[in-house]
Write a protein that binds this ligand. Sequence first.
Ligand code: 13P
Length: 252
Amino acid sequence: MLRISQAMSYFPKRLGHSWFDFVSFNYLRGRRRSKEKTGGQQLVYFGKLLHQKAFVSATDGNLSVRLDDHRILATPTAIGKGMMQVRDMVVVDETGVKLKGKRDVSSEIGMHLTIYKLRPDVGAVVHAHPCTATAFACAGIALDEPLCSELVMTLGSVPLAPYGTTGTAELSESLLPFIPYYNAILMANHGVVAYGKTPCEAYHRMEAVEHFARIVLATRQIGKQMLLDGDQIQKLLEAKHRYGVSPSGAGK
Ligand code: 13P
């Protein structure tokens, strides 16, 4: 009679693999699936938040998370961000080729991939059209006034990238000079892109941009702005190390 240990070694050997290869393959496949599931849950959760906060309307915006060095999980194109399910998500490789998923990936996946390529510290990207920040982007005004101490410490300033047609390489190219140095960028006549180590950090940065835009707008309506001076900014830059956020876009 065949012993269990003999049976275990027989099957994989016939396939040219050891039993260990067989087990570790299943283990790795399980880990990949669980990463995709967790990533999908995060994209669904933060997509809902984007919609609840009115940072997007209809099918605006897109989100993605880096699964590993070669795979990105992203939202599909033309879907309401408040109505997504984990099964809607799409896995692409670092060049944008679809590896998994029933739907077509976001038309702006190129922008996400460019950010992942230039910023190895980034693990998630969020793109949305929050009203006030997008109004500044449409007026051609960067959010770069040193007005709020909190924002100087966390985001720094938010530059304005020139206009690029949505869903084309032009859009990614317009962001190229800014990506290494900033964690959130206004996109002229379009919206905002923010990124961070996790989907939560990327979402928080999106929220901070819109909040700051509202404050800047209010000071412009009041008709007076008291900008922080060079000394105060320097002290805030030192304080931010203690606060636990990175000095530039580079992440801590
Ligand atoms: P996708 O639906 O293709 O992700 O595009 C949405 C969007 O916000 C375009 O700017």
